[in-house]
Design a protein around this ligand. Structure first.
Ligand code: LER
Ligand code: MN
Length: 294
């Protein structure tokens, strides 16, 4: 197992992110699914120059992106988006793509369950065939009920992965599991054959070690089931606007380079823009908690 980190949680130049994570001792980046934004030749060089790898990417299911949308054209555009993310990861010599099938923040369905399931399977099959040809793995990621009504638990992701194809994987996320699973350890055991990615944040979505999740137990369970991929750090902190805040000055009042869509995406995760100092503290805290457990 090795340590990776996502970069969608704060808008900043990739050079800055890469410098920080290299100096803190991370091994890899799970790069945000924004293929339009990256020149892969340049990013590959940048990673290499700091001794880092690209582990994979995560789909950012914002705005109209939805693999089980009612409208066929919307599904087609969402499939093309996932294919573009796969191509980006291939060009970065990465390994996998975590796929959230529905739009983040869409918590009310607008079609019948049978129809949606069929659309989700069809869309995922198209993405899967493309990933297979590219030599990459897909991991369907369950997220909590306040971000999607569709896939919230490992068993649901497993059912979808089984309907999609023999190599279709599942990506679990300790933060979401803590909210939705009856037993996270048992869920890891049930998913083991298809586990291709694992995201980490604590129960309050702060850095691992800043909440109540039993990290030694989670990491030893991953070892027990033979998971040998990345632990991808993905905190997305709540921002305290009251005088009770333990982190005064953590809110970034004038975020640079944050588009309205990205801001909405952060808000749909219960977070917002935060300062570089706060971010660096969280990336450091994550590695301090996890590195001794690897
Ligand atoms: C993505 O990995 C995730 O965990 C979400 O909350 C959906 O973007
Ligand atoms: Mn995740």
């Amino acid at each position: 197992m090795h340590l990776a980190i996502h970069n969608w949680m704060r808008a900043e130049p990739l050079e800055k992110t890469i410098d920080r994570i290299a100096s803190q001792g991370y091994h890899a980046l799970e790069i945000q699914g924004t293929p339009d934004q990256y020149d892969t030749k340049y990013v590959r060089q940048l990673l290499k120059s700091k001794g880092l790898k690209c582990w994979g990417s995560v789909t950012l299911m914002m705005e109209e992106r939805n693999l089980l949308a009612k409208e066929e054209a919307q599904r087609a555009a969402s499939i093309q988006y996932v294919k573009d993310v796969i191509t980006m990861v291939k060009e970065l010599d990465g390994h996998m793509v975590s796929v959230v099938p529905g739009t983040v923040g869409k918590i009310v369905p607008d079609s019948r369950p049978e129809e949606e399931w069929e659309w989700a399977v069809e869309s995922m099959k198209e993405c899967y065939d493309f990933a297979e040809k590219s030599g990459l793995l897909l991991g369907i990621e369950p997220i909590n009920r306040f971000e999607t009504y569709f896939i919230n638990r490992g068993d649901q992701a497993l059912a979808l992965a089984e309907a999609v194809g023999p190599n279709c994987g599942v990506c679990l996320d300790a933060f979401h599991m803590n909210m939705e699973e009856d037993d996270s350890v048992a869920a890891i055991h049930r998913t083991k054959e298809r586990l291709v990615g694992f995201h980490v944040a604590d129960n309050n979505r702060m850095a691992p070690g800043m909440g109540t999740i039993d990290w030694p137990k989670i990491v030893s369970t991953l070892k027990e089931v033979g998971y040998d991929g990345a632990l991808s750090v993905e905190f997305c902190p709540p921002l305290d606007r009251t005088p009770a805040t333990p982190y005064p000055g953590s809110i970034d009042e004038n975020p640079e380079g944050l588009s309205p869509e990205q801001l909405k995406f952060l808000e749909d995760h219960g977070s917002s823009a935060f300062t570089e100092e706060f971010y660096s503290m969280l990336t450091q805290k994550s590695i301090d908690t996890l590195r001794p457990l690897l």
